[in-house]
Design a protein around this ligand. Structure first.
Ligand code: LLP
Length: 406
């Protein structure tokens, strides 16, 4: 990252997220180049990390945005991402969200059910517009990833079956207020094997061909996100092979390939820094108690996700320890069985691969303020989100009328 951790910690305190924007750019460009010669759009999955400064930076690179709430759509627009590069997905969009998305004229609304399609049609009719839509199909492919982040099987809540999708396309094509120009799927996150992607692409490309035969012309082939990254010692998919697989499966079709990477751009572009408060032993078990906790980085507690943890200080004989936070839950840990040297109050630990689904999944549990975020770019550091203060936390409660208690 090119900057001294101790200096950053002195300047911004801990716990702290730090992102390397040069690396984000490298990941973005690598993926874009893999698709060179083919019409493609990277619609960054905002849920992975929705910081405005990051979105502004991605907008400058030419990125679009994949959003799952109107809040994310508004963030993307505010950051300067072009409306014709914004996609609105999600299984449960409210009427008000659909209305606003239509009013803002974004590229596509991804439909996840027949009932939702009817709702979008009705609202588009009220507004007197034609909604550009794509339908999320569930190709029933096993992505071979963690069950909580696998989405392309019929047992998952996402998308509709191929048969249902076909019926929906036929309906949408006839509607005056729907324009079905896209198709979408996302089989899961943290994918490390190409074969499920190939299988899903082939199934969905076949559907595109059968739609073409009945005069329904799909222009956007949205393959979702999911490209895996290295947290530990995983083997990952090379972007060139990824691109080649998708291009091959669709080579006879005139399509713009849309992808929605989140983790691939962000996970290893970010670290989480935390300070040691105390060490203690319960029986033979060593605990390192730090100032960061599950409310700041939830992935270890929620998914038993592994994040490499390393001490800035290297000297001393290492032994195994659980790295735990101050939150009142046994599930509050950042790492288990971590090999660490003897540590003192104030020593810094680096939690790696924390740039995706770190800050965005954080909360105020135990009335802990959400932490600060810093971007490092060309060897300079920039504060991109202030540490939440106590008054930030209670602002929306204090502003309420509680005179009924007086
Ligand atoms: N597109 C759709 C429709 C998605 O549902 C997701 C992620 C993405 C794109 C981005 O996937 P990515 O490229 O980041 O793998 N909180 C979990 C991950 C949940 C992912 C949900 N959907 C975690 O921390 O691992």
């Amino acid at each position: 990252m090119g900057l001294d951790i101790q200096t950053l910690v002195k300047k911004y305190d801990t716990p702290l997220y730090i992102y390397d924007f040069n690396r984000v750019e490298k990941q973005y460009n690598g993926l874009k180049e893999a698709f060179s010669g083919k019409k493609s759009l990277i619609a960054y999955a905002v849920k992975a990390n929705s910081n405005l400064a990051l979105l502004k930076y991605l907008a400058k690179l030419g990125s679009g945005a994949d959003c799952v709430s109107i809040g994310e759509v508004k963030r993307a627009l505010k950051a300067g991402i072009k409306k014709y590069k914004i996609i609105f997905s999600g299984v449960g969009k409210k009427d008000s969200e659909i209305r606003e998305a239509l009013e803002r004229d974004i590229l596509l609304i991804n439909l996840e059910s027949e009932a939702e399609m009817k709702r979008v049609e009705m609202i588009a009719k009220e507004l007197g517009v034609e909604a550009r839509v794509s339908i999320r199909v569930n190709p029933n492919v096993d992505p071979k990833t963690h069950p909580y982040i696998s989405t392309g099987l019929h047992e998952n809540k996402f998308g509709v079956s191929i048969d249902m999708a076909k019926r929906m396309y036929i309906y949408a094509k006839k509607s005056k207020n729907l324009n079905p120009i896209g198709i979408h799927f996302h089989i899961g996150s943290q994918l490390t094997e190409l074969s499920p992607i190939r299988e899903a692409c082939e199934i969905v490309a076949d559907l595109v061909r059968s739609l073409k035969a009945i005069d329904i012309d799909i222009k956007f082939f949205d393959i979702g996100g999911g490209l895996g990254v290295i947290y530990d010692n995983e083997t990952t998919i090379n972007p060139k092979d990824y691109a080649l697989t998708i291009i091959r499966a669709t080579k006879d079709l005139d399509l713009t390939i849309v992808m929605e990477p989140g983790r691939y751009l962000m996970a290893n572009s970010g670290i989480f820094l935390t300070r040691v408060l105390y060490e203690k032993k319960n029986g033979n078990k060593r605990f390192v108690i730090v100032d960061g906790a599950m409310n700041d980085l939830l992935r270890p507690s929620l998914y038993s996700a592994y994040h490499k943890i390393e001490a800035v200080k290297k000297d001393g004989e290492k032994s195994l320890a659980d790295v735990v936070g101050p939150v009142c839950e046994s599930g509050d840990f950042l790492g288990k069985g971590v090999l660490l040297p003897p540590l003192n109050h104030g020593d810094i630990l680096i939690v790696h691969s924390a740039g995706a689904y770190g800050f965005t999944m954080s909360s105020n549990y135990n009335s802990r303020g959400r932490v600060a975020e810093v971007a490092v770019y060309n060897n300079r550091d920039y504060l991109i989100r202030e540490r939440e203060s106590f008054s930030d936390q209670i602002r929306l409660e204090e502003s309420c009328d509680t005179s009924w208690q007086d």
